[in-house]
Design a protein around this ligand. Structure first.
Ligand code: DLL
Length: 432
């Protein structure tokens, strides 16, 4: 088993707590002194930086919301002078104003180390070619993994997203060892490899580091099969750092959170109360090691659970589960909570490919749910069943999982647009 920074990744809880406490004291003080919004929030609660002594005191601190970043757009929450910033990124958010984030040189170094830990966690080493097909630009995916690869001493191939034929050509010609992209793009690359008649085992690539959007265990199996690799999940968000906030090790049993820099909590999104290990709730991060934007108790809106149990890989860093969606992507259909990931699980379990779209509408004051999914060769070759029967079977499975009726429409292969970045699965016409 290899680690990038064994002293931290396998540290005892006491050592970690010591680091976390010291860094928390530091960022609370710096935020109080340099960021008007934090001074105001703390003053309103009657809290002074001296009141924060250990990491357990974190519960006394106020939350930070995406709206706070929007209200202070673009640079109002920075805790350092403008000239100390060396990099800007922005959220890929599709609604509202973008949120802008910035980094000092030290922040970039911290983030790069975290991304390097992720690559090692996925079995990578300095001898590998790391093929980066996340987009480069304001989105953190491309540059995040790129700097992680360089920090490790591996060789980054900055392909960026798009031009799938060229991606495959480069994989073949250069011998890429590790592929980094969104899981939906990995599916598409796998599909293209198959269409070109290339045997995936002839490609050198052995692992993939896929994230930036939710994906299910079923989708992992599909990707692993189509590219003959092991597929690892990586989590991050621009407000906190970018890819590498957490990622899977070779056990593929939860994503290790780099909690020496990003202190995690799970809370009940309605009451703000902290929840124990194992319970699902909203993930909240405090950027305890950052200089430019050391956010305090940032509400990610991602829903997951955390465990502090030691992993079989030897790492002691807490692990987060795959996300179950976001508090804001949960659909409420006829009063019932529906997560797109539940629909994806049902489809994949029934042998469909993850090429689907969820369309929610309102007709005669009643919410409607339609799931469109492409037929694939497996279904085609199954001559015993008519397509109508397949639709009915999927509808019945959705009804039993979601407790809500859905109309299922099978579409021709390739009729749903493929995504090279984050896939857009849900079209909610009620909001338009
Ligand atoms: O998506 C950073 C990233 C890039 C992560 C490349 C992993 C790989 P944002 O564009 O700010 O940053 O979007 C952050 O994406 O709050 C989650 O809702 C979602 N997300 C990111 N990674 C995962 C994942 C990047 N592994 C938002 N599983 C987050 C589920 C994820 N959702």
């Amino acid at each position: 088993m290899s680690y990038f920074n064994i002293a931290i990744e396998c540290a005892s809880q006491d050592v970690l707590r010591e680091i976390q406490s010291e860094r928390l004291r530091d960022i609370v003080k710096r935020n109080y002194e340099n960021v008007p919004l934090y001074r105001q929030k703390l003053d309103e609660l009657g809290i002074k930086p001296e009141d924060i002594k250990t990491i357990d005191d974190i519960v006394k601190l106020p939350f930070t919301y995406k709206q706070d970043l929007r209200d202070t757009y673009p640079f109002g929450l920075m805790a350092v002078p403008r000239e100390d910033l060396v990099r800007i990124h922005a959220s890929s958010g599709t609604t509202g104003k973008q949120t802008v984030v910035a980094y000092t040189q030290n922040d970039i170094d911290v983030w790069s180390e975290c991304a390097a830990r992720s690559i090692v966690g996925a079995g990578g080493s300095k001898d590998d070619f790391v093929h980066v097909s996340y987009g480069y630009g304001l989105f953190t995916g491309g540059l995040g993994l790129h700097y992680g690869a360089e920090c490790l001493g591996a060789t980054a191939i900055p392909v960026s997203s798009g031009n799938t034929d060229r991606q495959i050509q480069i994989m073949q010609d250069y011998g890429s060892d590790i592929l980094c992209c969104t899981p939906s793009y990995a599916m598409y690359i796998g599909e293209t490899v198959r269409e070109k008649g290339i045997d995936p085992t002839t490609l050198k690539v052995r692992a993939g580091i896929f994230g930036a959007e939710p994906w299910t265990q079923e989708m992992r199996r599909e990707i692993e099969k189509s590219l003959a690799i092991k597929a690892y999940d990586i989590y991050g968000l621009s407000e906190i750092a970018g890819p590498g906030v957490a990622s899977e090790c070779e056990e593929q049993d939860g994503m290790h959170i780099n909690e020496d820099y990003f202190y995690p909590e799970i809370i009940d999104p309605d009451t703000g109360e902290r929840l124990p290990d194992g319970e699902f709730g909203e993930l909240v991060f405090t950027c305890i090691g950052k200089e430019a934007l050391p956010l305090i108790r940032y509400r990610t809106r991602d829903i997951c659970s955390i465990t502090h149990e030691k992993c079989k890989c030897g790492r002691t860093l807490a692990r987060m589960s795959k996300t179950r969606g976001r508090t804001d992507d949960m659909l409420i259909i006829r009063g019932i909570n529906v997560f797109p990931s539940q629909i994806e699980s049902v489809l994949l379990e029934l042998g469909m490919d993850p090429n689907y779209q969820i369309i929610v509408d309102r007709k005669n004051n009643l919410d409607t749910l339609e799931v469109q999914v492409e037929i694939n060769e497996k279904i085609f070759s199954d001559t015993i069943r008519s397509l109508e029967e397949v639709e009915q079977k999927i509808a019945a499975a959705l009804q039993s999982t979601l407790s809500i009726a859905a109309r299922v429409r099978l579409l021709e292969p390739k009729s749903i647009e493929r995504s090279m970045g984050k896939a857009k699965r849900v079209i909610d016409k009620r909001a338009q």
